[in-house]
Write a protein that binds this ligand. Structure first.
Ligand code: 5GP
Length: 115
């Protein structure tokens, strides 16, 4: 059995985090190294390493993130003026934690292109 990722340890309450949303499918918590005034990580509780490991059976989970978790956080953190939702995939994508996660960034203007 491979070692737990830091995010799995947060799900299992082995590592503390500032949790801002939780239900049976997902967890959302503040990033420990925020890149914007609002920087929240949204993760599925299901262990999926990255976007390239998603399958059709994960459609409901992704829909849940976009239609339930995201609107809740946008309202809760006053992001109706806009935000960025980012998923890094793999080494070239800048992924460092191999448990699927979405960065919700907001509270300032987001430049483009990203670094
Ligand atoms: P990635 O680089 O994989 O797209 O994003 C991983 C994110 O997880 C980074 O933004 C990093 O700051 C955050 N992170 C890493 N370890 C921890 C932790 O122990 N707690 C929290 N809250 N965030 C973490």
């Amino acid at each position: 059995m491979s070692e737990k990722t830091i995010f799995k340890k947060i799900i299992d309450r082995e590592v503390p985090a500032d949790i801002v949303f939780e239900d049976e499918i997902c967890l959302a918590f503040k990033d420990v190294n925020p890149q914007a005034p609002v920087h929240i990580l949204i993760i599925p509780k299901k262990e999926i390493a990255s976007t390239d490991k998603l399958s059709a059976e994960d459609a409901e989970l992704l829909c849940h993130i976009y239609t339930v978790v995201l609107p809740y956080l946008v309202s809760e953190f006053a992001l109706s003026g806009g935000y960025r939702l980012v998923t890094n995939c793999g080494n070239n994508g800048g992924q460092t934690v191999y448990h699927l996660h979405f960065h919700l960034l907001g509270g300032r203007f987001m430049g483009w292109p990203p670094g």
